[in-house]
Design a protein around this ligand. Sequence first.
Ligand code: PMM
Length: 304
Amino acid sequence: MDPTLQLAPAEVASRSPVAPPFPGSAGGRCLVMGILNVTPDSFSDGRRYLALDKAIDHGLAMSRSGADLVDVGGESTRPGAIRVPAHEELRRVLPVVRALAASGVEVSIDTMRAHVAAAAIEAGATVVNDVSGGLADPDMARSVAETEATYVAMHWRAHSVHMQQHTSYDDVVEDVRDALTRRMEALVDSGIKPGRLVLDPGLGFAKDAEHNWTLLRGLDRILDLGQPVLIGASRKSFLGRAAASPSAALPLPAERDHLTAAVTAFAAAAGIACVRVHDVSASRDSITVAAAWKTPTGGRAREE
Ligand code: PMM
């Protein structure tokens, strides 16, 4: 690990190691979750952070750039991805979670497996980000409920290898809202406290580009459920498709950060609690602009 990237004690002290970073822990500001995929096959950053020192350095760098938490994942969920064995997922994520948490970074674990979540919590993670919303592993909800961790439940229909065969909706906003309502009830029945539950409409998961835009237009219906809402639009291909001219190739994932930042600004203004992004500083700036826009004095203008 590059020692210059370690967080200074004052930075560590300003973070709460006990209270999970949802909801309302940033004074109502939309939180930024930095993405750290320790995988060989994620669509945007696959292979980049497979080496332990590179992964830790990147997590610390995102924290310095303003990430409120860093989401560590060891299994790609891009469309078509094949599942990795649990022991390999654990091998990838645990040392990274342990090192980042020990450095004072708030860590979220991106997993569908209850025992990976439990091991990551043991290693210092305070948030479990489960793209299956508890559907992939029947032990997940009870296991998380036994801890103090916050739980992010995403709308999900099937594992990545065949999720794009499940993209039929009557009304995507109402269907996702109903499915999240049912998940919320089941998760609370399993012991997850409503104050620790975050919902996510699951952009790109069993959804095509038009579904994603419709869900973004309908975010207020998801927010109506009364839980904090997280969205993960970062670098996804529907953003590239919106920006590309019909004759041009799609911008590469790493060229979609400006597009992502625009989504963050609208999402923050709409009242979203957290965005999951690759480029942390651009989204922090977008959130600042959204907050200033909504403040009668233009935010900091009062002090100038
Ligand atoms: N998207 C990906 C992975 N994890 N978690 C949540 N809660 N929401 C998402 O939209 C989401 C996620 C896939 O993107 P990646 O390959 O860039 O990690």
